[in-house]
Every structure is written in structure tokens, then in C-alpha cells.
Design a protein around this ligand. Structure first.
Ligand SMILES: Cc1cc2nc3c(=O)[nH]c(=O)nc-3n(C[C@H](O)[C@H](O)[C@H](O)COP(=O)(O)O)c2cc1C
Length: 189
């Protein structure tokens, strides 16, 4: 299997736990990865520290880029990052991407991934959704992006918040295309 170059962008929607669990998992799956690049919005750091009561976003063994660093490799298609996950993805970030406003590194990197026809996964989080949100989801889907809502499932009977959140993160890992052992529905005997 070809090793992967992945961008993980974190924005200020609720659900920092999804970003944390995904990054934890990518540490475990490093053998399948050439590179993981992290970029966080200011709001993402604030929400992470509020929701998770820690600042562990700064502790990963991956390179982190400043939110306005347009010199970052993945601000250009020539760097050949193959996948970008925005987790969690705020409605604001989704709107900027849907309208092509590349005024920070997250929206620029997403713009690049779409124009290069590579894989963009948005773990979108808000409820309820307005027509503007739904139209933005449609626009991004039509442009080739994948909307993977931060909606957990219950059929694996999760017992903890982490297990519940992993039901979303495991779907993201599957969408990225990494080999991963996780609960899989096999019907009822
Ligand atoms: C505790 C907290 C929870 C939030 N949850 C959401 C959310 O679930 N979805 C959303 O779109 N915005 C949410 N927001 C608002 C975003 O942080 C805000 O719109 C911000 O401008 C997003 O900026 P960013 O996309 O640059 O991170 C939340 C803000 C706070 C402080």
C-alpha cells in the first residue's frame, strides 16, 4: 500500500474529542503514513482547551503549521498531500471552502485538495442545519468533497464518550483508506 500524506485541520466547532482521537489513532498508524501535517484555527485551540481541559493539541509528533502560513507545503498542489480531514469542521470553515474564500491556510489547503481532485473529508458539526449549511454541503459534495457528519452511531453499544466518539473517527479512518481494526457490523445471528 502506498504511504499517505495527510493534512489534519481542526476548527472551532464543538467536538474537539474527534480531532484528539483521530490524531491519537494516526500516531498508532504511522507505519502507513509518510507525513501528517496539523493546522488549527484560533477558535479550535480555544474550544479544545475548554472541552477537553488540556492543551494536548501541541503534543503530537507531527509538524504543526500556523493558520496563516501560506508558505506551508500543502498550500500548493505540488506538495502532493493526498488527503485532508477537517475535524471537527465548523459551519464557518465549510462556508469559506464552499465559496472558494482561501483567506487562511485551512481554506486554502481545502481549495488545493479540491482543485487537484484529491480527498477532502469534512467532519461537519452543528445542529440544526440551515439552508445555507445544507447548500454548502451540497456544493462541496458536487466539487468532490466528502461530508462525514460528526454523528455517532450506537449499534456497537459504546459504553464511554470515547467509544461513542470513536464510532465517528473509525468511519473517518475508513474514508481516508487506512487499515484499521474497528467494530464492524456483521448482522444479527
Ligand atoms: C464552545 C463552542 C462550541 C462551538 N460549537 C460550534 C459548532 O458545533 N459548530 C459550529 O459551526 N460552530 C461552533 N462554534 C462557533 C465557532 O467556533 C465559530 O463560528 C468560529 O468562528 C469558527 O471559526 P473557525 O472555523 O476559524 O474555527 C462554537 C464555539 C464555541 C466557543
Amino acid at each position: 500500500m502506498m504511504k499517505r500524506k495527510i493534512i489534519v485541520a481542526v476548527t472551532g466547532a464543538s467536538g474537539s474529542i474527534y480531532a484528539k482521537l483521530l490524531l491519537d489513532k494516526l500516531v498508532q498508524l504511522q507505519g502507513q503514513l509518510t507525513e501528517v501535517a496539523i493546522v488549527m484555527s484560533d477558535n479550535a485551540k480555544q474550544v479544545w482547551e475548554f472541552e477537553l481541559d488540556d492543551a494536548s493539541h501541541g503534543s503530537y509528533p507531527f509538524k504543526t503549521y500556523a493558520k496563516n502560513d501560506f508558505m506551508a507545503p500543502f498550500a500548493s498542489g505540488s506538495a502532493r498531500f493526498d488527503t485532508m480531514v477537517i475535524v471537527p469542521c465548523s459551519m464557518g470553515a465549510m462556508g469559506r471552502i464552499a465559496s472558494g474564500v482561501s483567506d487562511d491556510l485551512i481554506s486554502r489547503a481545502a481549495d488545493v485538495i479540491l482543485k487537484e481532485r484529491r480527498k477532502l473529508i469534512l467532519v461537519a458539526r452543528d445542529t440544526p442545519l440551515s439552508l445555507i449549511h445544507l447548500n454548502n454541503m451540497k456544493t462541496i459534495t458536487e466539487a468532490g468533497g466528502i461530508i462525514c457528519p460528526a454523528i455517532p452511531s450506537y449499534y456497537s453499544k459504546p459504553k464511554t464518550i470515547e467509544e461513542l466518539a470513536m464510532t465517528v473517527v473509525n468511519r473517518v479512518i475508513d474514508l481516508i483508506g487506512l487499515e484499521n481494526e474497528s467494530y464492524r457490523w456483521d448482522g444479527i445471528d
